[in-house]
Structures are given as C-alpha cells and as structure tokens.
Design a protein around this ligand. Structure first.
Ligand code: CU
Length: 139
C-alpha cells in the first residue's frame, strides 16, 4: 500500500515538473532551417542536425547580447540549451543574407523583440524576419 502511494506521488510530481524537451531542426536543401520559428520553454534544448551540407548556426541576438551561444562550425551537429526567456535570432553564416534565418522564442516572452528587430540585416533577411515574427506572435 505504501509503495503504491509513492508511485502515485512520483507520477504526480514528475508530470507537474515536466522534463525539459529537446527539439531537432535540420538544414534543408532549400537553404532554410526545417523549423524557422521554435517556441520552447526555458530549459529546453534545440539540436541542429547537419542533414545538408554548407550550413551552420550563428546567433545574432538574444535576451542577453553579451552571452550569445557560440557560432557553430559548418556541417556540424550543434546543440544549445536555452535558460533565458526572450527572443533569439540566428542565421546561417553563408546564407544569412539570403534569408536563412531562425527564431527561437523562450517562454513566450517578447520583451527584447525591439532589439531583435533593430539588428542590421540585408533586405531579404529583414523581410524573412518580419514573416517569422508574425508566425511567432500568431501561435
Ligand atoms: Cu546555409
């Protein structure tokens, strides 16, 4: 009887404090990220999988511009755990100007969106960013 109580208690506790999630994004043949807008919770991890050659991940902005994740190598597996709420913008170093961008929203928190929108980008990248922001806000 006692052990059943502990099992039930464990199930309740572990469902309440759900374990951090990991989502996977890969580089497509169209020079895009397979998920352009990732909405995650604080503590979640994103893994980028080099399924197509010639791409990487380079962060351009986030809630704390002084501690952005390091730039990844071309064609390399890359993984970042997000511990600060806010909006993160990244691109592919060779294809960023062509609009290969990704947005990460942690904790549905848009407090630093203005700073993200102020980042200098090419015309194409700017319009991609605006499209991604619209998607991020609509779901
Ligand atoms: Cu690329």
């Amino acid at each position: 009887m006692r052990s059943i109580f502990f099992v039930v208690a464990f199930i309740i506790i572990s469902s309440k404090f759900s374990v951090a999630d990991t989502i996977q994004i890969y580089f497509t043949t169209d020079d895009t990220y397979s998920i352009e807008v990732a909405k995650i919770n604080r503590g979640d991890t994103i893994e980028w999988l080099p399924k197509n050659e010639g791409h990487n991940v380079e962060f351009l902005g986030g809630p704390d511009f002084n501690s952005l994740p390091e730039k990844s190598d071309l064609n390399a597996f890359y993984s970042v755990t997000f511990n600060s709420k806010g909006v993160y913008l990244y691109h592919c170093t060779p294809h960023g100007n062509m609009g290969m961008l990704g947005l990460v929203i942690v904790g549905n928190d848009f407090h630093n969106l203005k700073e993200i929108e102020d980042i200098e980008l090419s015309h194409v990248a700017k319009s991609v960013l605006q499209r991604l922001i619209k998607i991020a806000k609509s779901n």
